[in-house]
Design a protein around this ligand. Structure first.
Ligand SMILES: [Zn+2]
Length: 236
């Protein structure tokens, strides 16, 4: 049966139960390592997600049996352990992401029968439910790749098994993944949309108006500032 045939209370309960499980995995390295063994893994190569055609005209970013394929490619358990937890299904199937940027891109694509695709292009090929997980995976992987050292002491930081934090080996400072809030607004008069473009965009590319939030700036103030020239040129 469709999950929507369950009474709402039951769905809420399953959602809460999955959230508690996810939090437990973030705090318990051993449970997290065990969950990794039969998890769904979202593979990336230098931050580009791997998409596999699923035969129904869409693409899936999830892979299984990653460990055996990585072993065939000459990689040991160490690489798999670098996986970062990104979520879990209501059935408590853990989801991780892993960047295999040190392996040969074409060989990995061949083994997994997929393609590593630029994230922005991948969004057009993914199902709605999976796109946020892929985006979260890339953001977390990027944070880990650029947070290997403590900014106070310069000493290496180490990640917990879930990848939800990194700790300085020298003074114990705990670092958490950083967020960069951004606002995007689609302005419409009901029939038409206001789009903008930056000089760096390729010809013909326009986007809804967007901008990063500055420290202490509210989201409603972010928009008019970012919509001002020369940040973007507006056209109807
Ligand atoms: Zn430190």
């Amino acid at each position: 049966p469709s999950p929507y045939t369950f009474p709402p209370e039951r769905r809420r309960w399953r959602w809460c139960s999955a959230s508690w499980y996810l939090n437990r995995l973030k705090e318990d390295d051993e449970a997290c390592a065990a969950a990794l063994q039969d998890a769904h893994i979202f593979l990336f190569h230098r931050l580009s997600p791997l998409l596999q055609p699923n035969g129904k005209g869409t693409f899936t970013p999830r892979t299984t049996d990653v460990q055996s394929i990585l072993e065939r490619l000459g990689s040991d358990q160490t690489l798999l352990k670098e996986s970062v937890l990104i979520g879990c299904s209501e059935q408590k199937q853990a989801q991780f992401c892993l960047d295999v940027g040190d392996l040969d891109r074409a060989t990995v694509e061949e083994e997994f029968k997929g393609k590593f695709i630029d994230l922005r292009k991948a969004f057009f090929l993914l199902r709605e439910a999976e796109a946020p997980l892929v985006a979260k995976g890339q953001a977390l992987l990027r944070w880990h790749q650029t947070s290997r050292f403590c900014s106070a002491t310069g000493q290496p930081t180490t990640s917990n098994q879930a990848g939800s934090q990194r700790v300085c080996s020298s003074n114990g400072i705990v670092y958490y993944p950083k967020m960069s809030p951004v606002v995007i607004v689609l302005v419409s008069d009901g029939k038409r949309c206001l789009l903008g473009r930056q000089p760096s965009f390729p010809p013909g590319l326009y986007s809804a108006l967007a901008g990063f939030c500055d420290m202490g700036q509210t989201s409603s103030l972010t928009f008019p500032l970012s919509a001002r020239p020369p940040t973007c040129t507006c056209s109807l």
